[in-house]
Design a protein around this ligand. Structure first.
Ligand code: PHB
Length: 399
């Protein structure tokens, strides 16, 4: 009980408002409080540009919806997660318990996301993952309140494995990546696709996240002489790897491929070292879709930057949330209806329309792309309408 005494006027106002809320619960919500959106993203460290692009994308979707979702304004609460798993539980609790946000958007790093979902599953707060591909999010730890608008780490890896195995000259590959969930899972996807098509993995090379001292590993690659190298790095680490790979004299000897994160958002920084590198991803820079052209123009105008896959994923998080909130007219207490509307939504994305699997992961085309100039040029579809790793799908006991 509060010890504060109301004066008469405050009392009348509060009881009148209370009566109105009781009679029309949506009324006060529609007219009153803002929806609280927590952004838990990396704003420092190797993934900082990815966090910024995701936030920009989300804000663009909000702006295009007239600054509101479900008729209500949005209030943002931001936390820099530093891509640091050991701080993740405290950071997400700040949003969920202290700020009492209605929805959490986050994050980029798979290890941080894994810690986040333990908290959001428990609390039931709506959680949209705008990047991190960690398999358990839509696998063993899937939950009605957890959605992903990006990919599972397995998906682009599998796409590249399938595409590469079709090349007659490519029989063996070396993989190289950071040793953490995203690295391990993208390698699994690549391996599944590549070995299914007859390829063999000559060697798996690992480096701790977020290290970028690649020299010793590049020497191992030169000695192993595989037909191709599959590498997953992203952000600042990807730009450094592309440059070191070229500088080691490997670029013209052993084709370098990867999931699209290796070349998305880093082409200016990597310069000529990235030219010709082929990757697979659910986005490309010249998809020739009207929706994408409009998005790219609007994004460039708003932020004076070219969008990348992270911007698209942030944008799609906004579209998905807006679809849910529209169905409940901004009443976030109608959790079941909100979730049902998000599950049913077709997201009209710049990457092409997509829908969610039962486990809340996008089912989407994996495009083959090639770096030409400052673009990841579309070359074709590597795998059409790809769902998640069958092992993850069967571990999800929902829906
Ligand atoms: C991840 O940790 O899941 C992750 C991070 C950066 C990417 C892709 C995946 O570009």
């Amino acid at each position: 009980m509060t010890s504060r005494h109301f004066n008469r006027r405050e009392f009348l106002v509060s009881t009148a408002a209370g009566a109105a809320v009781a009679a029309f619960p949506g009324l006060a919500l529609a007219q009153g409080a803002k929806i609280k959106v927590g952004l838990m993203l990396p704003y420092t460290g190797t993934f900082a540009p990815l966090g910024v692009a995701i936030e920009n994308g989300f804000r663009l979707a909000l702006q295009e919806g007239g600054g509101k979702m479900g008729g209500r304004e949005i209030e943002f609460f931001k936390v820099d997660d530093e891509s640091e798993p050991s701080k993740a539980t405290d950071n997400v609790n700040r949003l969920v318990s202290r700020d009492k946000v209605d929805v959490v958007i986050g994050t980029v790093h798979s290890g941080v996301a894994a810690a986040m979902i333990r908290v959001t599953r428990e609390s039931g707060v709506l959680h949209i993952i705008p990047n991190a591909g960690v398999g358990v999010a839509t696998g063993a730890l899937c939950a009605p309140n957890i959605f992903r608008t990006s990919f599972s780490n397995w998906q682009p890896g599998y796409g590249m494995g399938v595409a590469l195995a079709k090349r007659k000259k490519v029989k063996s590959a070396v993989t190289i990546t950071w040793r953490y969930a995203a690295g391990e899972e993208t390698v699994k996807g690549f391996k599944d696709g590549f070995t299914k098509g007859g390829g063999t993995i000559a060697k798996e090379l690992w480096i701790p996240f977020p290290n970028v001292e690649f020299q010793a590993l590049l020497t191992e690659i030169a000695a192993a002489k595989p037909d191709a190298v599959y590498a997953f790095f992203a952000g600042g680490g990807a730009a450094k790897f592309l440059k070191d790979y070229a500088q080691a004299g490997l670029k013209d000897k052993i084709p370098l491929v990867g999931p699209g994160f290796l070349t998305d958002g880093v082409l200016e920084a990597a310069g000529s070292a990235a030219q010709g590198v082929e990757t697979t991803l659910h986005y490309a820079d010249d998809l020739k879709l009207k929706r994408d052209r409009e998005f790219r123009l609007a994004y460039a105008k708003a932020f004076k930057l070219q969008p990348d896959v992270y911007a698209v994923q942030g944008y799609d998080s906004g579209l998905l949330l807006a679809a849910g909130l529209k169905a409940v007219r901004g009443d976030v207490t109608k959790k079941k209806e909100l979730i049902a509307a998000m599950e049913k939504a077709t997201v009209d994305s710049p990457r092409g329309k997509w829908r969610l699997s039962k486990a809340h992961n996008p089912i989407q085309d994996m495009y083959l792309r090639k770096v030409v100039g400052t673009e990841n040029k579309y070359e074709g579809v590597a795998v059409k309408a790809l769902d998640d790793d069958p092992a993850a799908m069967s571990a999800c006991k929902m829906g």
